[in-house]
Ligand binder design. Structure first.
Ligand code: NAG
Ligand code: NAG
Ligand code: NAG
Length: 211
């Protein structure tokens, strides 16, 4: 091969490697959740997960729901890190029906549970959260809990399209623009942009970009 073709091949290989969906590493996840060591509080004993415990579920969630870009991963992962206090919490005792790692609210947790009919026992584990008086400490299992933000973004709602068809949603997140993230927080998640949320998002984005 001539030097020129070798360079071309090298360039091609580099392009493919760059474009390949890469998994989040333990170091990255640990930094994003500020090195959570479990349990952080006596309240979170059953619910708390370290980065090492969470990592396989987080990566499987992204892979199962075909979320491959850094921009989308950063938005979803920072939401999970923020809502769960760095993976300390899985349910909100103060708000029956709210749970999983992005602390989705009723009826989304319920919708999520029944969208997985093959997981009958896991379904049962989540649904009692709707009535916390009956079963105050039932936690959604990790396999569901760490993929709920991915489900919500891609499959929730009456049409089962999540937020994917919302104007500018996918492009904005993929382009890693702050306005794209604000669109996600406001119109997809349905909450308010705050300085703390933004800071965690920007930090997560920077970490996933390898900075
Ligand atoms: C992910 O993509 C694959 C291949 O295109 C497809 O078969 C699968 O149904 C997709 N999964 C989801 C959850 O969209
Ligand atoms: C990590 O720590 C920083 C600095 O104290 C804080 O702003 C951020 O909210 C924390 N992140 C999480 C996920 O708790
Ligand atoms: C569901 O849970 C019950 C009771 O814990 C158990 O006996 C049963 O085998 C489980 N079913 C499945 C499909 O895992």
């Amino acid at each position: 091969m001539s030097l020129y073709s070798r360079l071309l091949v090298l360039l091609l290989v580099l392009t493919v490697v760059r474009a390949a969906p890469c998994e989040i590493t333990l170091t990255q996840l640990n930094t994003i959740i500020n090195g959570t060591t479990c349990p952080l509080t006596s309240q979170s004993v059953d619910e708390c997960r370290t980065a090492a415990q969470a990592l396989p579920f987080v990566n499987k969630g992204f892979s199962d729901y075909n979320i491959t870009t850094i921009g989308e991963k950063a938005a979803l992962l920072s939401l999970m890190a923020f809502e769960s206090g760095g993976f300390q919490f899985n349910i909100n005792d103060g708000n029956p029906g709210q749970g999983t790692r992005n602390l989705m609210e009723f009826p989304f947790v319920y919708q999520y549970a029944i969208s997985k009919p093959f997981l009958t026992n896991q379904t049962r584990a989540i649904v009692p959260n709707v009535n916390s008086k009956r079963s105050p400490r039932s936690c959604p299992p990790d396999s569901l809990s760490f993929a709920s933000a991915m489900w919500f973004y891609t499959q929730s709602g009456a049409q089962g399209q999540g937020c994917l068809e919302m104007p500018g949603m996918v492009q904005g997140l993929q382009q890693q623009s702050e306005s794209g993230w604000e669109n996600y927080i406001t119109n997809c998640v349905g909450t308010t942009v705050t300085q703390e949320r933004k800071q965690i998002y920007l930090q997560t984005l920077s970490i996933l970009n390898g900075n």
